[in-house]
Design a protein around this ligand. Structure first.
Ligand code: DIG
Ligand code: MN
Ligand code: MN
Length: 392
């Protein structure tokens, strides 16, 4: 045990599909055995995770009978109770079975769309039974290789109709569930609809029950789109829509690598943890810290647990570094000095006529303002030195 040993209060979670990933890729088969979900629960408890998440078919094989489904779920719940793990998030696999080859909610065949909505209803029943509070939708197959195949506006409408219906299902059943939409720009489809967290935030505003719907941004997916994960998460937090988060690591310009958290863009990971933990003074994120990532294909099961420990330790180390950074007097002085002036009072929240008069009456010298040095180089160097362990 040390300062970076995970505790339940840290709310670290992993999906069954992450630590249970058998290591297959498009160019090779599995390198690790398929592990019983009950054994994954035991392993996650052992490394200090708080919870485990799952797709319906991570636990219940596709096409299982109702009796078999109930037996599997009962056995899994016993394991959860035995090891003290919770299931904060459940999701539905709308991408593996070939029936979804042209999409699920957005497929051109109405029977496929109907099958997808029904499968989600069953997965929502499972989520409720497992005590989940969040249900993630990742539309991995909702896209196209040739946009000649369907009107992309109709694709938006089909996504909306499915989510409005499923929100009403949750409301009618009285389930305490909120939806979190997860964006990804491409892979496995050539282009995926609703490609980034920004697209999702607008789309949510068009839904009938938008109060039930937020986002689940993923580091790798925003990075694949060439965007700042920190800015996307900040916009979601500011809108009260960060309902969940997928933490991992990613090299820009690559396929979806889902690497161990912090193992690529360490600076970006630091700034993300700083934002989530609110060490700079913002309201912190209070939801699960979920790692949607998997171990290298080179690893055996011991390597998988090394991977899981690494995700959590890196998060906790970065949290401590961010706390120290934002407590550093020189950091606070530089940031305070950059935030100067009281001119917002002239126009923010005022009647626009009064604001216009006050703004035109204020003497502001743009040339003088332009000469100010803001000392961001020094600020960023201090951050780098905190990351390198050379300071604090
Ligand atoms: C992939 O990034 C997606 C699926 O694994 C899952 O639906 C979602 C939940 O974290 N992430
Ligand atoms: Mn991913
Ligand atoms: Mn994900």
């Amino acid at each position: 045990m040390d300062h970076f040993t995970p505790r339940p209060a840290d709310k670290f979670t992993f999906g069954l599909w992450t630590v249970g990933n058998p290591g297959r890729d498009p160019f090779g088969g599995p390198v690790r055995p398929t592990t019983d979900p009950v054994d994954l629960v035991a392993g996650l408890a052992e490394v200090g995770a708080w919870g485990v998440n799952l797709h319906d078919n991570d636990l219940i094989p596709f096409g299982s009978s109702a009796t078999e489904r109930d037996r599997i779920v009962g056995r899994f719940k016993d394991a959860l109770a035995r090891h003290g793990l919770v299931v904060p998030m459940t999701t539905c696999n709308l991408f593996s079975h070939p029936v979804f080859k042209d999409g699920a909610f957005t497929a051109n065949d109405a029977d496929v769309r109907a099958f997808a909505v029904r499968k989600c209803m069953d997965a929502l029943d499972l989520a409720h039974e497992l005590g989940s509070s969040t249900f993630v939708f990742w539309g991995g197959r909702e896209g196209a290789e040739t946009d000649a195949c369907r009107d992309p506006m109709e694709a938006v409408r089909r996504n909306r109709r499915a989510l409005d219906c499923l929100c009403e299902y949750v409301m009618e059943r009285g389930y305490k569930l909120r939806f979190a939409l997860e964006a990804k720009p491409n892979e496995p489809r050539g282009d995926i609809y609703l490609a980034t967290t920004g697209h999702m935030l607008h789309f949510i505003s068009t839904l009938a029950h938008s109060e039930l719907v937020g986002v689940n941004p993923e580091v790798a997916h925003e990075t694949m789109a060439g965007l700042s994960m920190v800015h996307g998460v900040a916009q979601a937090m500011e809108a009260g829509k960060l309902f969940h988060i997928d933490l991992n690591a990613q090299k820009i310009g690559r396929y979806d690598q889902d690497l161990r958290f912090g193992s690529e863009d360490l600076r970006g990971a630091f700034l993300l943890v700083r934002l989530l933990e609110g060490t700079a003074g913002n309201a912190p994120y209070t939801g699960p810290r979920h790692f949607d990532a998997h171990a290298y294909r080179t690893e055996d099961m011991q390597g998988v647990w090394d991977f899981a420990r690494g995700c959590m330790r890196t998060y906790l180390i970065l949290k401590a570094r961010a706390q120290a950074f934002d407590a550093d007097a020189e950091v606070r002085d530089i940031i305070a000095a950059a935030h100067r002036g009281d001119s917002d009072e002239l126009w923010v929240g005022r009647d626009v006529a009064g604001a216009a008069r006050a703004l035109r009456a204020r003497v502001i010298d743009p040339d003088a303002l332009a000469t100010r040095g803001l000392r961001y180089e020094r600020l960023d160097q201090i951050m780098i030195e905190y990351l390198l362990g050379a300071r604090g």
